[in-house]
Ligand binder design. Sequence first.
Ligand code: SF4
Length: 377
Amino acid sequence: MENKKELSLYIHIPFCKQKCFYCDFPSYASIDYLREDYVKALCKEIEEKAIDYKIKSIFIGGGTPSYLETKEIAKLLKTISKLDLEEGMEFTMECNPGALAEEKLKTMIEGGVNRISMGLQAVQNSLLKDIGRIHTFKEFTENFNLARKVGFKNINVDLMFGLPNQSFDEWKESLETIADLNPEHISAYSLIVEEGTAFYKLWERNKLILPTEEDERRMYSETKEILKAKGYHQYEISNYSKEGYECYHNKVYWESKNYLGVGSASTSFIDGKRIKNIENVKAYIDGIMEGKSIVLEENENSKEDNIEEFVFMGLRMIEGISKEEFKRRFKSDIYEIYSKEIEKNIENGLLLEVGDRLKLTEKGIEFSNLVMSDFIL
Ligand code: SF4
C-alpha cells in the first residue's frame, strides 16, 4: 500500500488593493496585471509539488487571497481538489473586507474552504483609516454576516493593539464588539513597527504616537480577561478560540511539523530542511512557466536550529512543549541541553513544569522574549 508523507500546505497570494501602513508581508498593490498569470503558475507549482503528499490542512494567505477574481479563485480551488486531501481537514482562506462579495464566498465554500480568516484590526473607522485599511467597520460586519449566510461556520477575526493613537478603551471596545459577533477564533496581535513600512518612516521622524509600554502591557493582559469572559480560551500568546476551534494549521508551525509552501515568498519546512521561494512575483511566474528553479534559499537545519525552533515555537503555545516529544525528536533529554536555563526560569517564576510539559507562566508570557533569549544555543 502506498504510504504518502503527510504535511500541511500554505499557498501565498501576493496581491493587495492597497498596502497597509504597518505591513511588511511580501504583498504588493498595483501589480494586478500579473494576477491571472500568477494563478496559472501557482496551480502548476501545486500540481508539481503537492501531489506527492497527503494534505492535512491548507491555508491560503497573503496578501489578500479574496482580492483574486472569482474565476481565479475557482481555478485555484479546482487544482487543489485534485490533491490527496485528508477528509474533513481544516481549509482556511484569508479574506479582507473591501475585497469580498457573496459570489466569491460561495465559490470558496463550494471549492472546499471551510474556515475564513478576516483581517479587521479595529472597530473604529478613524483608526482603520490611520493604519491604511481600505474598509470601514460597517463593511466588515456586512462581510462577516454574508459569510455566515453563505454557510461559514468557522471564522477568525484578526485584531491589533498598540496602534498609533489607540486608547485603552478603544481596544476594549474592539474586543468586546467582535466577541459579541461570536466568531469561533480571534487573533490579537500587538503592532510591531517593522522596517520598510510606511509606519517605520514616520517612526524614524518621531511622527508616530504609540501607546506607552505600560499601556500596551495593560491592553495585552486585559485581552485575556475580556475574551475569557466571552467564552474564548487562549491557546497561544496571541490566539484565542472557542472550544474545539483552535487553528490546526497554525499549530503545525508552532509544533515544528512539516509544511509545504507554494507561491512567491513562501517557505517550506520538510524534514528539517527550510526552502524559501523567490519574492519577486514576475520572476516567480517566469521561473515556473519556463520550468526553472524558483528557490531562493535552501537550508538544512542543524540539530541546534531544530532544537531552538522547537522550543521557541512550542513555548508560544499555552500548553507549552512536551519533554517526551523533545526526547523522541532529538534523542536527548531536554535537561541535558537546557538544565540551567530551565531551572533559572522556573526560579524566576517565568516557566512552569506540569507533568510532561514545560510552559510559560502568565508572567513568562509577558516577558517571553527574555525567556526565549535564554534558550538560544
Ligand atoms: S491587507 Fe494584509 S497583507 Fe495586505 S497590506 Fe494589509 S496587512 Fe498587508
